[in-house]
Ligand binder design. Structure first.
Ligand SMILES: Cc1ncc(COP(=O)(O)O)c(C=O)c1O
Length: 403
């Protein structure tokens, strides 16, 4: 008999490209904790960990669904009531779409994965912003497709550079990703830029993947659907209960495939893929109905809390010599830039900050900016008092680091 092999079992090579820095960096934080230092986690955009509460009527809807026995598999595209609620919400936001073009997903994340899987072959190209939310590059690595990065410009409020986007379109371009409002920059895009992106997608018949998970969290009030002025463009919109409805752990989201008939086959492909994973979380689909048809007063309070924290963050960061930040206009992220000493990278800075102060941020290169550019991302959901203490520590550390 052959001796028992002791060699490690290999993993697929595509895993090497599947990088999600927001969570990967936690490994370093755990080491710092093991050494006895308290870590202040500013890496993950989860409002619940900072004391914000899921609205009671949504919890009641899930509770009632479970008690009423809705514990079996849901339809793979989602329950009718949830799809109708999403379609009505899309219509209200300026994206007219029928419920049969809505698919309920396990968060925005699953919608993104379903759409990219339906659209891109190995070797195909997808236009992705820099900085980007890292799930896009991770999923593309898994599929074997290529992320082609378009610039967003910190000197213009992190707006996409439309000429650059245009110059990157090729016969292999299979989708254009737009994240507005944006993670990691906290930017909202101007009407001109939004229109130019949608027009480009329309003209070239490139599906525009509109990540609108922060649409209700712009400080000045909800942002309209990206395709509101061009409802016949090939736009697929994604959102969820995670951020604006304060229930990220429920994994309840949706995608709405625009009414453009050029998207019909893509819709069919997404539904086929959705069949294979059976359904999204069943009881939580009842909360989608409650969220989208019920009381939204929590959002106004949440937006006000975010605006206060954003103002504090910008004032405190811009007062630190060597750090500059573009004021965010939505969500709970900022992307400051530190003037790094020669030879240092953004990850060097973030890890040194973590080890010296216990403050955990994510380096910009985790969102595909250049390591030497010195960007890093802060999640500013902590209370103003906690943030103030954190910014004291950041200021003292930076003074020392740049000395
Ligand atoms: C831009 C963006 N898209 C998608 C997601 C994933 O959201 P969900 O919890 O709905 O999967 C996030 C989460 O941080 C995000 O920032």
């Amino acid at each position: 008999m052959a001796p028992r092999s002791t060699s490690a079992i290999p993993v697929a090579s595509r895993i090497g490209g599947f990088v999600y820095a927001i969570r990967n960096i936690v490994t370093e934080a755990r080491k710092v904790e093991a050494a006895g230092r308290t870590v202040r986690y500013l890496n993950i955009g989860d409002p619940i960990t900072f004391g914000f509460k899921t609205p009671a009527h949504m919890i009641e809807a899930v509770d009632a669904a479970i008690r009423d026995g809705h514990n079996g598999y849901a339809p793979s595209v989602g329950i009718v009531a949830a799809r109708e609620a999403v379609a009505a919400d899309c219509e209200r936001r300026g994206m007219p779409v029928s419920p049969d073009r809505v698919v309920i997903t396990s968060g925005t994340s699953e919608g993104i994965e379903l759409a990219l899987t339906a659209l891109a072959e190995a070797g195909d190209e997808v236009l992705v912003p820099v900085p980007t939310y890292p799930l896009y590059t991770a999923v593309l690595a898994k599929i074997g497709a290529k992320a082609v990065f378009y610039r967003t410009d910190p000197d213009r409020g992190w707006l996409p550079d439309i000429d650059h986007v245009r110059s990157l379109v090729s016969p292999r371009t299979r989708a254009l990703v737009v994240i507005d409002p944006n993670n990691p920059t906290g930017a909202t895009y101007s009407a001109d830029v939004r229109r130019a992106l949608v027009d480009l997608a329309d003209r070239h018949a490139i599906p525009l993947l509109a990540d609108e998970v922060y649409a209700d969290l712009a400080f000045d009030g909800p942002v309209r659907a990206l395709c509101a002025d061009a409802p016949d463009a090939p736009v697929i919109s994604f959102s969820s209960l995670s951020k604006a409805y304060l229930a990220p752990g429920w994994r309840a989201g949706w995608m709405a495939v625009g009414r453009d008939p050029r998207l019909d086959d893509v819709l069919g492909a997404v539904k086929k893929l959705a069949d294979g994973r059976l359904c999204a979380t069943g009881p939580m689909e009842y909360a989608i109905v409650a969220a989208l048809t019920g009381d939204r007063s929590h959002q106004e309070a949440f937006r006000a809390a975010l605006r206060d924290r954003a103002e504090l963050t910008v004032a405190r960061l811009n007062a630190i010599p060597g750090i500059a930040v573009v004021p965010p206009t939505a969500a709970f992220y900022v992307m400051p830039k530190v003037a790094l000493p020669p030879g240092k990278t953004d990850a060097d800075f973030v890890l040194a900050l973590l080890r010296a102060t216990g403050v955990l941020c994510v380096h910009g290169s985790g969102f595909n900016t250049r390591p030497e550019d010195g960007f890093f991302r802060i999640v500013f959901l902590a209370s103003p008092a906690d943030l103030s203490g954190i910014y004291d520590d950041l200021a003292a550390f930076t003074a020392d680091y740049l000395r």
